[in-house]
Design a protein around this ligand. Structure first.
Ligand SMILES: [Zn+2]
Length: 87
């Protein structure tokens, strides 16, 4: 029995979140083998997901500068104008 494209698309996106049951995986693989449109859909979903995953990583683990990244000497230099009251 041939899988409908709509059902195949649903399984593609479902399969990204959790492994599909073997039966669904096989019917999906068979459909993708025959259907370039759904293969392309799967490819785009994977690319999008990879991209979003990278963005999420950046948000969760920012490599930007925090206060701790400054050395003691740099902090001293930055605070100089504030602590020096003479003039
Ligand atoms: Zn299809």
């Amino acid at each position: 029995m041939m899988l409908q494209c709509r059902e195949a698309a649903r399984q593609v996106s479902k399969g990204l979140d959790a492994p599909l049951p073997l039966k669904e995986r096989l019917s999906l693989a068979f459909h993708l083998w025959l259907c370039p449109r759904c293969t392309e859909y799967q490819r785009q979903l994977l690319a999008l997901r990879a991209m979003l995953g990278e963005e999420l990583e950046k948000l969760l683990h920012p490599s930007g500068d925090s206060d701790d990244s400054l050395t003691a000497k740099e902090k001293e230099y930055l605070l100089q104008p504030l602590t020096r009251s003479g003039g």
